[in-house]
Design a protein around this ligand. Structure first.
Ligand code: C2O
Ligand code: CU
Length: 477
């Protein structure tokens, strides 16, 4: 789908060059400078961290910090990341949402071998299209141990205006007992182990996948409230927030006290701006929002309590020059606007995004969980899962049906997809790369097979993914 954005840019450049409005200068068009290369050095290693809500814990980190360093580049630049592995097991980095060349996608045994302890690997790809992304390890439970960070690709030409900007990563943690990694891992109860399969990818002989931990720390940018300092704003500011959810198993419903949020981008893609009171952000999803600072005081941007403790995730927002007080909390009363995917419209001039009738159709039934530690697609457990064969250039439709009791944020690597919306023409369907399929819900998506390779396709609940809810899209020649 980077084609879409590329086509769009081409179209935009065309019109603009003709009118000479904000287009590239003649010099830029004629003498194309080499693309700047932006280099980053990441060492993956265990490190002692403190999230502010309890004792130190040993997390797995990039460069010793939680989250990893923010990568911020301009669209069209080349990102080159030197990864050195100081962990006791193999690792990779996946560039979640970015349609990278297949060999750079970071999925063990699908696009590369894991980078073993002491080894290095160089990831290199073009930063395109602009948007908010997440990078993270794609090996075992490493995402839940701290191996993630933000990847921000700024547009090559400014496309929106704002006065200040914050990146906010929403993270679920186990803090008690020394935290996130081994000690609190939950094994399935014996009853569940009966009838379990033996050897599986990712597990030792006969080892069962783990159950979701019971999280007790909800952090933002590595800090649990109240350890996180407030976001400072000035009266009159237009503030942009990039809300990224690298959590392994938590969906957040967010509300900003005293203000209305305007959503501008969904999974990095521009939409016709939409206001909402409550914004749901699933694992792997990204939302760019803006608000106008027109209500001086101290406020919380907070998550709704859904019974798992995620209501403790809160971000203080403080107006400059206003006396610090305990921030006003966000109340989730009845009758709030709660936006859904089908309320959004992609923001492209019509006809610019390619679209066409799907040539292939796949049904994916998402189930499992009840009496087994496994989660499945069409009853199959990855890697013993049928692959979805596609041909380059064709549109592919996937129909998801979720008869299970859990929501599944389904993520497709290497492509954006359109969310099928019968009340809009194809040209305006929302572009995403991760979509929550709710219990008892049916959802259709379509994507253009424009990026050859083998692409992982899975639930972004890490514990569901590791328990089998995954398969691979392959290109046939
Ligand atoms: Cu966030 Cu398979 O990815
Ligand atoms: Cu799932």
């Amino acid at each position: 789908m980077d084609i879409d954005r590329r086509e769009f840019l081409k179209a935009a450049v065309g019109t603009v060059a003709a009118t000479g409005f904000f287009g590239p200068s003649l010099k830029e068009v004629l003498g194309k400078p080499p693309r700047p290369i932006r280099e980053f050095r990441f060492h993956a290693s265990p490190a002692r961290v403190n999230l502010g809500g309890g004792p130190d814990l040993v997390a797995w980190t990039y460069n010793g910090q939680i989250p990893g360093p923010e990568i911020r580049v301009r669209e069209g630049e080349i990102i080159r990341v030197f990864l050195k592995n100081y962990l006791p097991e193999g690792t990779t980095i996946h560039w979640h949402g970015v349609p990278v060349p297949n060999a750079m996608d970071g999925v063990p045994e699908v696009t590369q071998h894991a980078v073993m302890p002491g080894e290095s690997f160089v990831y290199e790809f073009e930063a395109r299209p602009a948007g908010s992304y997440i990078y993270h390890s794609h090996v075992h439970y490493q995402l839940d141990q701290g191996l993630y960070g933000a990847l921000i690709i700024e547009p090559s030409k400014p496309e929106e205006s704002y006065d200040r900007e914050y990146t906010l990563m929403l993270e679920d943690w186990v803090i008690r007992d020394g935290g996130g990694v081994a000690p609190t891992r939950r094994r399935p109860p014996m009853g569940m182990m009966r009838g379990m399969r033996g050897r599986r990818w990712g597990f030792g002989q006969g080892e069962a996948p783990l159950l979701e931990p019971v999280y007790d720390g909800y952090a933002v940018n590595g800090k649990v409230a109240p350890a996180m300092g407030p976001l400072l704003v000035k009266k009159g500011d237009r503030v942009k927030l990039r809300l990224l959810n690298p959590s392994s198993a938590t969906i957040y419903d967010l509300r900003l006290a005293g203000h209305t949020l305007t959503i501008t981008h969904v999974d990095g893609n521009p939409i016709v701006p939409m206001e909402t009171d409550v914004l749901r952000v699933g694992m792997g999803e990204r939302y760019d929002v803006q608000f106008v600072a027109n209500n001086p005081g101290s406020w919380f941007l907070a998550a709704r309590e859904g019974g798992l403790g995620e209501g403790r995730l809160r971000i203080p927002i403080q107006y400059k020059g206003v006396n610090r007080a305990e921030p006003a909390t966000a109340v989730f009363h009845r009758g709030l606007r709660f936006i859904t995917y089908w309320d959004f419209q992609a923001r492209y001039p019509s006809g610019v995004i390619p679209s066409g009738p799907p040539a292939k159709f796949y049904r994916q039934t998402l189930s499992g969980g009840m009496h087994s530690p496994y989660w499945t697609i069409n009853g199959q457990i990855y890697p013993d899962a049928e692959r979805l064969a596609v041909r380059r250039g064709e549109w592919v439709r996937i129909h998801y049906w979720n008869p299970s009791m859990m929501p599944h944020p389904m993520h497709l690597h290497g492509h954006f997809f359109k969310v099928v919306n019968p009340s809009l023409s194809r040209d305006h369907w929302l572009l995403k790369d991760t979509i929550i399929v709710d219990p008892m819900q049916r959802v259709d998506i379509e994507f253009l097979a424009d990026n050859p390779g083998s692409w992982f396709h899975h639930c972004h609940n890490l514990y569901h993914m590791e328990a089998g809810m995954a398969n691979v899209v392959i290109y046939q020649s």
